[in-house]
Ligand binder design. Structure first.
Ligand code: SAM
Length: 270
């Protein structure tokens, strides 16, 4: 496995060019997670608050199935990898962004762990990650970064392949159906763990959800994402070969009242 803990050249400014709405590329995620965005996110998101709003859901689902070896394919700054290590699981932490992995590795050390990091793009996951896992987790609305169906199918097939015969994929996504169906007019604002980060859809169509993330110090960043419809994601998972898919709505992640802001898909191989 390739260890990668070096920070790439520290870029602090996002650059979406003259027409940000035209940026609809799977490969853009690395450029979007610039150093300052990554740093600010963790500075302001209280991990304890995030853990308590999420509860024991993932840990219980994994334990219930006897899962021990977990592959976190969207490690980000390391929140779930470190939570699962603390809960006693064996974790490999993968991500396509070296910036994210460097941050996760440093944070892991602060928590007393040496993260087993692997820089790997999902589309070629099995090239860089070896061995089989009881569970793959892809959390924090990460799958939304894939902009075309071919990439989504390829990534899901790679997740499927790295799982043991009775393995499970746990993948979450924002509830884009409500944003697309109720329209951009609704201008719903999402708050993360209190009011440290406001996330607002700035532009939405069937092929792009461009969100603005605003921090209490006035700084703001953007992410261009593909608005996955819930049933579409489920269909792709079935078509790639997952046999049973349970989708639950998460009512606790944010402060939205009526509909869940996130869906969690639990896709089983058998
Ligand atoms: N799971 C973390 C969390 O909940 O805090 C991070 C979520 S962050 C929204 C999405 C992560 O997915 C980023 O770290 C990004 O680098 C990673 N990512 C996006 N597209 C990827 C791809 N094609 N291959 C590998 N990683 C990817």
């Amino acid at each position: 496995m390739k260890m990668n803990t070096n920070t790439s050249t520290k870029k602090n400014h996002q650059d979406f060019g003259k027409n940000p709405q035209s940026i609809r590329r799977t490969d853009n995620y690395k450029a979007e997670y610039v150093h300052s965005f990554v740093e600010k996110w963790d500075e302001l998101i209280d991990w304890d608050a995030r853990a308590s709003s999420e509860g024991e859901f993932f840990i219980e689902e994994l334990r219930r199935r006897g899962a021990r070896k977990i592959l976190d394919v969207a490690t980000g700054t390391g929140f779930h990898s470190i939570r699962l290590l603390k809960a006693g699981f064996e974790v490999v932490s993968a991500d396509g962004s070296p910036e994210m992995l460097a941050k996760a590795f440093a944070t892991g050390r602060e928590h007393g762990f040496i993260l087993r990091t692997v820089q790997a793009d999902w589309r070629w996951l099995n090239r860089d990650v070896h061995g089989k896992f009881d569970a793959v987790i892809c959390l924090g609305n990460s799958f939304t970064h894939l902009f075309n169906e071919h990439d989504r199918r390829k990534a899901l097939a790679e997740f499927y392949a790295v799982l043991r015969h009775d393995g499970i994929l746990v993948l979450d996504q924002r509830n884009y159906d409500i944003i697309l169906d109720e329209g951009f007019k609704s201008k719903h604002t999402y708050y993360y763990c209190g009011e440290n980060v406001r996330a607002e859809p700035e532009y939405v169509d069937e092929g792009l959800a461009r969100f603005r993330y605003e921090f209490t110090d006035g700084s703001n960043f953007h992410l261009n994402m593909f608005p996955l419809r819930k049933d579409y994601t489920r269909r792709l998972m079935f078509e790639v070969g997952f046999q049973t898919i349970r989708t639950v709505g998460d009512f606790e992640e944010t402060y939205h009242q009526a509909d869940p802001d996130f869906f969690i898909h639990l896709a089983e191989k058998r």
